[in-house]
Design a protein around this ligand. Structure first.
Ligand code: SF4
Length: 391
């Protein structure tokens, strides 16, 4: 059914200009250009740019479209927004930084109304401050506290700032119907506004979603990356190589809870290197297999962290607010353990610093270590009830 819908759409997509057969990529760029020039509004575009294949194709479509618009008509500002969880897969971050620099430099040369920006979690909400500072148990499918704090909130702040400044903002996403069943369901849940390509954002008032490549297939995406040069210079060869080395997949740009199911699943292999939600980090293993042997230190740390999660020796009896919690499962009442104990947190920090030495690059920042020590000091000096948050 999905394939029939896609085929029908693609048939209409090809050859739709005056009966002359046109290339599907030209059509995508033309439709993005038309959307950019829409006279209904000129709210800023916020392109969620993870550096992965789908968001690169969207960024390319927007950039090419912008170059085709006369300078006097470039009234809408375009933001290329990437999010750095600060525990991203290192090779993915290195690739992303390179492309961001190229986009920013080309933007300057052409005087395009573009801002390239990276959002990050608040200093007291990074992976390490929550896990090692406050003792949040390493995330799993039932307690995935990380996606919201590391990915959704930082980008959400940026979008809302733009909504406040301009009255509304349009979030441009590289999501596609054929990515997965959950993606298709989340896309189909909301209808476009009448006569427009925009859908109201499910959680952010004043924000709208625009999905320019929603009908492209995976093959289309690889075809574009394989045969079209990026308009900001260079080639897509590094990106293609990254996928080859990692054996495919990426943690998509996540902007709302509707989009979150893909994060930390087997479909999301370019996630945080610390991700304990997945059983195996296939991309890191792929990087090791393709010659990056120093990533073994990261893999070993992640496996160890996942392994100690449910060990009662490392978990407090009480939650951070002093509660003792139980779960009823049928006839059985089970104690729900609290956060990692302070001793366990110290052990995790020591082990992380040892992994950092072995890896040879920073894995935790000096600021995070200071935050962690401040949280420990507060916890030791204050009764649980005054600390408030539950973990
Ligand atoms: S990749 Fe894993 S650790 Fe990172 S935000 Fe997603 S679920 Fe959490």
């Amino acid at each position: 059914m999905l394939n029939e819908t896609l085929d029908a759409h693609r048939e209409g997509f090809l050859g739709s200009v005056s009966g002359i057969e046109t290339d599907f990529w030209d059509e995508v760029v033309l439709s993005v250009r038309a959307e950019y020039l829409s006279d209904a509004q000129d709210y800023p575009w916020i392109i969620g740019f993870s550096g992965g294949k789908d968001s690169t194709v969207v960024a390319q479509a927007a950039f090419e479209a912008l170059l085709q618009v006369a300078p006097s008509k470039r009234k809408r500002h375009v933001h290329f927004v990437s999010n750095d969880t600060q525990v991203e897969s290192p090779l993915v971050m290195a690739h992303l930084a390179k492309v961001q620099t190229a986009i920013a430099s080309m933007t300057e040369s052409f005087r395009l109304p573009v801002t390239v920006v990276t959002t990050r979690p608040a200093p007291d909400k990074t992976f390490w401050t929550l896990l090692i500072g406050k003792g949040y148990p390493s995330p799993n499918q039932t307690m995935r506290w990380c996606t919201d704090r590391l990915k959704i909130q930082p980008t959400r702040r940026y979008i809302l700032d733009n909504v406040s400044a301009h009255g509304a903002a349009i979030v441009v996403l590289g999501v596609r119907l054929d990515e997965s069943d959950s993606r298709r369901n989340s896309i189909n849940k909301f209808q476009n506004l009448a006569g427009s390509n925009l859908t109201p954002h499910s959680e952010l008032p004043g924000a709208f979603i625009y999905r320019p490549i929603v009908h492209l297939t995976l093959d289309d995406v690889w075809e574009v990356l394989g045969r079209c040069q990026p308009p900001w210079g260079g080639t897509h060869r590094d990106l293609i190589q990254l996928y080859r080395d990692a054996e495919g997949g990426e943690c998509p740009v996540v902007l709302s809870k509707d989009e979150a199911p893909g994060c930390g699943t087997s479909n999301s292999r370019f996630g945080c290197w610390t991700c304990t939600v997945v059983d195996k980090d296939k991309s890191l293993q792929g990087f090791v297999d393709s010659g990056n042997h120093h990533f073994s230190a990261l893999i070993e740390f992640r496996v160890w962290l996942k392994g100690i999660r449910n060990d009662p020796r490392y978990r407090s009896v009480e939650r951070r607010n002093g509660e003792i919690r139980f779960n009823a499962r049928g006839e059985q009442i089970q104690h729900v353990p609290g956060p990692f104990t302070i001793q366990a947190r110290k052990m995790i920090l020591d082990r992380l610093l040892a992994a950092q030495t072995e890896y040879g690059e920073p894995l935790i920042s000096h600021d995070e270590i200071q935050q962690i020590h401040a949280i420990w000091a507060e916890e030791i000096s204050q009764p649980a009830r005054q600390r408030g948050d539950v973990a």
